[in-house]
Ligand binder design. Structure first.
Ligand SMILES: [Zn+2]
Length: 368
């Protein structure tokens, strides 16, 4: 679609006159590019343009056609100026100062563990960013259900990934995009940035089924946290991607094996934090540290050796965001549900969420 909102010019000149202004040679129609932008002057042929008596017919036709061209040009340039507000005309841009987004997922990181955990890198990130310890999972508080929710901007009822290991939608997705899935953030960003570099790296292969594989340039499964970090660091260094999602399968495995809120669980969180430190080092080595927004999310917490239920220890996760344009040291007061992640990413990338999404951008994290 052209950056100029020609659709408005041609469609709306079809006769919807909103107001007219008298000029020395007749009336010029003022029409709205859309309801959210200033009026754009667009001449509408056939509208109330009356010939002054002192002009002969041939001169009048010349003046009228010249005025039409002038007014159309003014109208289009006004629309051009207002293009960020014209839905069909938007040239998406990330938030000012943002060139990259690194989304880091940890499976089974309960918010209950944040304060007690020895996670200096994550706590330093929170100190220069915004943090909620009350982001909520959708039910069930299970893996595929909530990773899909993070990436798809809606809950289980709409995207249909309702089990811990769902690979397809059941119930069927309310809307299916051209990728054959419920519309997610990767497809949305791909539409807006056709040539952008985007990648997804993970340990658990269940992630593969929860995003539009064809929308990303790079997808890789790794077999350990260390390998996942190393692979992600290589990818960042080589490609300097616009958008990267890296998803670890810990501390969930320890939660199931040794139990949540156990010494072993906290030891694993310490290890997870060390992996974050290496990712931050990779961003620095790639020259991306200053213009990357980093987000940390999880799919659920846990209780004893399980999760999936309705306790807040299972449902509440840490939700952290830091980087250019983000409030620093900000405790997030707003309610966050996991479907707000995709909507917040859409805002960062300057793209409009599809109507079917439930999530809303967490607006208070953005510096004014
Ligand atoms: Zn999980």
């Amino acid at each position: 679609m052209s950056p100029v909102c020609q659709t408005h010019a041609t469609v709306e000149t079809g006769g919807k006159r909103q107001l007219t202004m008298e000029s020395p040679v007749g009336s010029i129609a003022f029409m709205r590019c859309n309801t959210s932008v200033p009026s754009a002057a667009v001449f509408s042929p056939g509208m109330s343009l009356t010939r002054p008596g002192h002009l002969r017919g041939s001169w009048w036709r010349l003046v009228r056609s010249g005025l039409a061209a002038l007014a159309l040009s003014v109208g289009l340039s006004a629309c051009r100026t207002a293009a960020p507000h014209c839905p069909e005309a938007v040239q998406p841009r990330p938030l000012p100062g943002v060139k990259h987004v690194l989304l880091i997922g940890f499976d089974g990181f309960g918010a209950y563990a944040w304060e007690r955990a020895e996670i200096p890198n994550l706590k330093a990130l929170a100190a220069r960013g915004a943090l909620s310890l009350k982001a909520r999972a959708v039910l069930p508080s299970a893996s595929a259900a909530n990773w899909a929710t993070h990436l798809m901007g809606a809950g289980t009822e709409l995207h249909g990934y309702t089990e811990w290991n769902s690979r397809t939608s059941m119930p069927p997705a309310r809307v299916v995009s051209k990728y054959g899935l419920f519309p997610g953030i990767f497809g949305l960003v791909r539409e807006a940035y056709p040539t952008a570099e985007m990648g997804v790296l993970y340990e658990w292969d269940g992630i593969h089924y929860l995003f539009e594989n064809e929308a990303v340039n790079f997808e890789k499964q790794e077999k350990s946290p260390a390998a996942l970090t190393a692979g992600t660091a290589r990818y960042l260094l080589e490609k300097k991607p616009l958008f990267t999602f890296v998803c670890y399968d810990q501390p969930d495995a320890v939660g199931h094996g040794e139990g949540h809120d156990t010494p072993q669980y906290y030891d694993m969180l310490k290890n997870c934090d060390a992996e974050v430190g290496k990712l931050l080092d990779a961003l620095t080595a790639a020259g991306m540290a200053q213009d990357t927004i980093i987000m940390l999310i999880s799919d659920h917490g846990g209780l004893d050796k399980g999760h999936g239920g309705k306790t807040l220890q299972e449902m509440e996760t840490p939700w952290l965001i830091a980087g250019p344009g983000i409030q620093r040291g900000h405790p997030i007061a707003a309610s966050i549900v996991h479907y707000d992640t995709a909507a917040t990413l859409a805002r960062i990338f300057g793209v409009r969420p599809p109507q079917v999404w439930t999530g809303r951008a967490v607006r208070e994290v953005f510096a004014r």
